[in-house]
Design a protein around this ligand. Sequence first.
Ligand SMILES: [Cu+2]
Length: 645
Amino acid sequence: MFRAFVPTLVPAVVLAASTSAFSISPAPVSPESSGSMPPVVASDNRRPAGKLEGDTLKVSLRAGRGSWQPEGPAGPRLSIEAFGEDGAVLTVPAPLIRAEAGALIDVTLRNDLDVLLQVHGLCARNGAACPPLAVPPRDTRQVQFPIDQPGTYHYWATTMGAPVPFRELAGGLVVDPRGAIVDDRVLVITEWVSLTPSQLGEVIRADDPGKVFVALNPRLTFVINGLSWPATERLTYHVGETARWRVINLSSQAHPMHLHGFYFEVDSIGDGSRDTPIAPADRHPVVTHLLPPAATMSMTWTPERAGNWLFHCHLMHHVSTERRLSRSSPADQAHAGHDASSGMAGMILGVRVLDAADAAPEAAAPSAAVPRRMTLTMERRTAGNAPGFGFGLSGDRVPSALASAAVPGPPLVLKRGEPVEITVMNRLGEPTAVHWHGLELDSYYDGVHNWSGSERKLAPMIEPDASFVVRFTPPRSGTFIYHTHLHDERQLPLGLYGPMLVVDDDQAYQPEVDHVVVVGQNGVDPAAPDVLVPATPLVINGQTAPVFTWKAGVRHRVRFINITPNSIVSVSLQNAQGPLTWVPAAKDGAPLPAGRREPGAARQTIAVGETYDFEVDLPPGRRTLWLEVRSTAGKWEAQGQVIAK
Ligand SMILES: [Cu+2]
């Protein structure tokens, strides 16, 4: 019944709105003295716990309290509850339980804490209920269960009666196919909350735990395998190697996980109790996948270009330096903007891809073909009384109407296979960086300042009144995004985002039947431009209530982009009777396989950093349709009127 409380969608606007209902102020970072405690170390999940005796995996675990440094040796120490193997150090995440299908898992669990421990997930995955195992303080329990279904699962415990995986008593449970050679990585997401135990108790005892956990979001800091960027591991691969990751969300919040520079395929999705393989014919390439609380995925990708890349949550809340636990000086903060390692935080993994000879990668040599040249100028917008940023575009085959700064930025309509050279001009009066989201391009141009590229040549931040020339050749047609990658909650809602369309022939592109719907957030709260909680509305193409005119009696393509800072949204296209019928065509710029192109109700959840293309046939005759964006099942947040005629 606990699961029922947990919203699978975590709309940030609601987070913001509901936060004030709970008058909880954050506790100091280190609420308890942890100096003399035993250390809790980060685990990279490379070594399974326990010992195999015949077909039985024997694991001895203990729950205890220790001192954890999620931001690395220089960061603060937090006193936390964690699991460790008996006789070994405590770890975050908890020790990985991993065995082949057919094994019997035998867990002995000692509770060294002074409170009752409720442990979830130590059961067979056979569809039967899995009641929590209660381990009284200073006591030991033993449990045995068979594992038959290969997949990615998890176990977690709580001392507070938390209804969802929450904090660090949580780890992976992986069942390998019998006889398979294991060559993967297990990435476990957990969270820390800066509240005292008594404040937390108050939260847990509240009437609606689901709502409260959502309200908690602004107090949470997220880690991957026990560490926060830049302390997180750098995963290293060679060009052409296959990367297989199992990602396990043992936190109370949903995370849209985004990979830079490459597509990945999701091979299975699960909720901890069940893991469902996706049939090969139904798999498709994506650059972002949403992981609800307690969800798992296994994913595969192949690094094709050398350089430095990122895998991260696309919610600004979850990668913002505002969530950093270290207290930094104003000087540090000023510096932070210029150093990728300190300009972001939280659930970010760095991926280094080496070319086959281990040589440092070079930015690609300019193509022999003459590139199409454009200038993308980032400017302050002065229209209206709200401050804002925008993009203007000029250059080869660009209509002059796109030259003045707009939000979202003008559609960048590129031709597949044609080299482009885009000069990004910064007229903002502050530094910035631009990321080409979803595009398969060279690392140097990927837009993460001081990280993209290679150690030999790192991409610079674009300083005020400076420019940066980006060169790439888009390899496939689809819907993509360009946006600021200065991970701060100002530049995105101030307007530094725009749609990027790659088409087979830009001259044949028909905006009358090919529509871009960009969901963003309009402006920051002028009273508190640097505060994490946004108080401003969602917008469609920059407006809360735009009016579109679409041609009746023909087929349209609708390209949705969610590039809000923090809002997982639901979009729909409907008339007075309900949603229309549409056909999914592409996700994240890649066409969907035939099995995923079934006509269905025109309604779709879109997480931040995802794009979706749909095809919809409008019947002849005049009618009015509604294009709605909701952040919850409740009222629409932005509503476009579509007049078909
Ligand atoms: Cu996240």
